[in-house]
Design a protein around this ligand. Structure first.
Ligand SMILES: Cc1cc2nc3c(=O)[nH]c(=O)nc-3n(C[C@H](O)[C@H](O)[C@H](O)COP(=O)(O)O)c2cc1C
Length: 350
């Protein structure tokens, strides 16, 4: 049996969660992952609380959802308690199951406004902000953070304990500091200290989980209650189903092969058209197509071709050629593992 996870009164069907990935964890991708099974909860890209309240088109798109897209958390960021609380109220009113506060974003554009990872540098204001959001809604409020600002300021255990006191329902912790960006290894001992700092609420371990074995190691070495997966899900959207199968039977199916991935790519593109219309679908989909084609081991020239198409028709023509040619290495039914790139630059970019 899969072990369910509870965020307060909210029961999540599994303990395998999709981490927010700005630019990727939009409705079309979430629909794809959900259709494959095993997912306990998905979270949106980070959403600017102030922009949400002003009703911006971009935030409407980021928070777009549909009946099968459940349970869903929306991740908000901001530094003003009242704005964050009001954004949470609005989302609760729209039926969102859980609100996640971003305290991990290392990007300067976000931290210089006092939000994202910089919240980990100021105790009183941060606790006040989180408490205001918790008090504003009935739905569970969670926090996603890093271990701290840098190796000299490991504040996550302190905050986890304090957040539990003010009613936060769960903590997700990426086992790196802000200063690390995406470099170095994930510090599972650091995650363990966060697990040990709380008494009741679940802590979700995050960082560099790409396989069932990685997830098993994360659970074993940290004692975390669940695992959230970001880039690993871009490379292998079947990972949640694999984890669920592993938990239930000790075995799991391999991820989809070349043709199964191509079918997912096509379907996700159709979902993007539903969301944005055919004109705006092609540029929007480029980043995601890149991940699919890398995992499908498509040649660099054909990947480049898909990156330069302009229309829906050209998109499908390029896909047809990709389908005809197959992978550049391995075979259609046996694709070698891909290397998962980390975002360039330590902290200025994701
Ligand atoms: C492209 C990209 C975008 C991200 N966007 C967000 C975000 O919007 N909010 C957030 O809390 N974390 C964000 N993250 C961090 C991930 O949620 C996650 O903590 C990190 O990638 C480590 O997990 P992974 O190794 O499973 O990818 C982002 C990471 C990447 C690579």
């Amino acid at each position: 049996m899969a072990t369910p996870l509870h965020y307060g009164a909210l029961r999540l069907p599994t303990r395998w969660l999709l981490s927010p990935l700005a630019g990727f964890t939009n409705l079309p991708f979430r629909r794809i992952v959900r259709s494959l099974g095993g997912l306990g909860l998905a979270t949106t890209d980070l959403v600017n609380a102030r922009a949400l309240l002003s009703g911006s088109e971009k935030t409407a798109e980021l928070t777009a959802t549909c009946p099968e897209d459940t349970p869903l958390a929306v991740q908000i960021f901001g530094a003003e308690p009242e704005i964050m609380a009001e954004a949470a109220r609005q989302l609760e009113g729209r039926g969102i199951a859980s609100i996640d506060i971003n305290m991990g974003c290392p990007v300067n554009k976000v931290t210089k406004t006092g939000s994202g990872a910089s919240l980990m540098c100021q105790r009183d204001q941060t606790l006040e902000l989180v408490e205001r959001v918790v008090k504003a809604v009935q739905v569970p409020v969670t926090v996603k953070m890093r271990l701290g600002w840098d190796a000299q300021n490991i504040t996550a255990p302190f905050f986890a304990q304090a957040f539990e006191q003010v009613g936060v329902a769960a903590i997700a912790i990426h086992g790196r500091t802000r200063a690390q960006g995406f470099s170095g290894a994930v510090d599972r001992q650091g995650i363990r200290q966060v697990v040990e700092a709380v008494s009741r609420i679940p802590v979700i371990g995050n960082g560099d989980v790409r396989t069932v074995a990685d997830a098993e190691q994360m659970l074993r070495e940290t004692g975390c209650a669940g695992v959230s997966i970001g880039r690993g899900a871009l490379a292998n959207p079947w990972i949640f189903r694999q984890l669920q199968q592993w938990e239930e039977t000790g075995r799991f199916d391999p991820p989809g092969d070349f043709d199964a991935r191509l079918e997912l790519l096509r379907r996700q593109f159709e979902y993007v058209i539903e969301l944005r219309g055919p004109e705006r679908a092609v540029p929007f989909f480029r980043k995601m197509a890149h991940w699919y084609l890398k995992a499908m081991r498509v040649s660099a020239a054909l990947r480049h071709r898909l990156q330069t198409v302009q229309t829906r028709g050209e998109f499908h023509e390029a896909l047809q050629e990709i389908s005809d040619r197959g992978p550049a290495v391995g075979s259609r039914t046996d694709l070698p593992d891909m290397h998962i790139a980390v975002p360039a630059g330590p902290v200025e970019h994701w």
